[in-house]
Design a binder for this molecule. Structure first.
Ligand SMILES: Nc1nc2c(c(=O)[nH]1)N[C@H]1C(S)=C(S)[C@@H](COP(=O)(O)O)O[C@H]1N2
Ligand SMILES: [Mo]
Length: 196
C-alpha cells in the first residue's frame, strides 16, 4: 500500500499523544461496553466478553487534524462489525457514535461516524500495536488502554475515541464532542474537512 499524505499534513515517525482531560484508570470490575440507541435490545458486554471476540490485524494510517500523520501502524483489535452481531438494527440506522472516557465520565467523549464506512478491517477497536520501530505492545494508558477505536484513514483521528465505553446506533447523524465545538461531521482528511 502506497503512503498517501493528505493536504496540509506532515509525516511524523513518532505517535503523539492528544486528548482532553485526564487519562482513564482501567478497572476490569467496572469496565463494560454498551451497545445502545436504535437497537431492538441494549447489550452490555464485560471486558472478558469483548476480549474473546475474533481478532483482526490491520495496518492503518492516522491523520490528526493538528496536522501530523503517522503511516502504517499495525494494530491488533476487534472489527466494528463483530459488535454488530450482538444487535438487531432497524434498516434506517446509518450512523453511530463511539463513546469514550472524559474527566471522570466514561461517556464524556464521543465521535459520530457513518456506519457504511466502518464495515472493513480498517475500523478497529484496538488493544495492541507495532510499527517498523516498535515491537508488539499494549496500547498505553495515554493512547487509550485497555481499548480504543482507530477509524479508517478517510477520517481524521479525533473520530478515534480512546478508552471506549460503547456504541450508540442512530438514524440521523448527530454531532459528537468535537463536532459540537465546530469540527467537521464527515472529517475526510483528503478533502481537508477540518471544520464545519
Ligand atoms: N476519550 C477521548 N478520545 C479521544 C480524544 C479525547 O480527548 N478523549 N481526543 C481525540 C483526538 S483529537 C485525537 S487526535 C486522537 C489522538 O490519539 P493519540 O493520542 O493516540 O494519538 O484521540 C482522539 N480520541
Ligand atoms: Mo486531534
Amino acid at each position: 500500500m502506497k503512503n498517501h499524505l493528505p493536504p496540509g499534513q506532515f509525516e511524523t515517525e513518532s505517535w503523539p499523544v492528544l486528548h482532553q482531560g485526564d487519562v482513564y484508570d482501567f478497572n476490569e470490575e467496572t469496565w463494560n461496553f454498551r451497545l445502545f440507541g436504535e437497537v431492538k435490545e441494549e447489550i452490555v458486554l464485560s471486558f472478558k466478553e469483548v476480549m474473546s471476540l475474533p481478532k483482526t490485524i490491520s495496518s492503518i494510517d492516522m491523520h490528526c487534524v493538528t496536522t501530523w500523520s503517522k503511516f502504517a501502524t499495525t494494530f491488533e483489535g476487534i472489527k466494528l462489525i463483530e459488535f454488530l452481531k450482538y444487535v438487531e438494527l432497524p434498516e434506517d440506522v446509518n450512523y453511530l457514535k463511539i463513546y469514550g472516557y472524559y474527566n471522570g465520565d466514561r461517556f464524556g467523549y464521543s465521535a459520530n461516524l457513518p456506519l457504511d464506512k466502518l464495515l472493513g478491517d480498517d475500523a478497529l477497536f484496538v488493544y495492541r500495536w507495532k510499527d517498523h520501530a516498535h515491537e508488539w505492545q499494549d496500547i498505553s494508558p495515554k493512547h487509550g488502554y485497555p481499548l480504543r477505536f482507530i477509524p479508517p484513514a478517510s477520517f481524521y483521528l479525533w473520530k478515534g475515541s480512546k478508552w471506549v465505553s460503547g456504541i450508540q446506533f442512530m438514524k440521523r447523524d448527530e454531532a459528537g464532542f468535537w463536532e459540537e465545538l465546530g469540527y467537521s461531521m464527515t472529517a475526510n482528511p483528503f478533502k481537508e474537512e477540518r471544520y464545519r
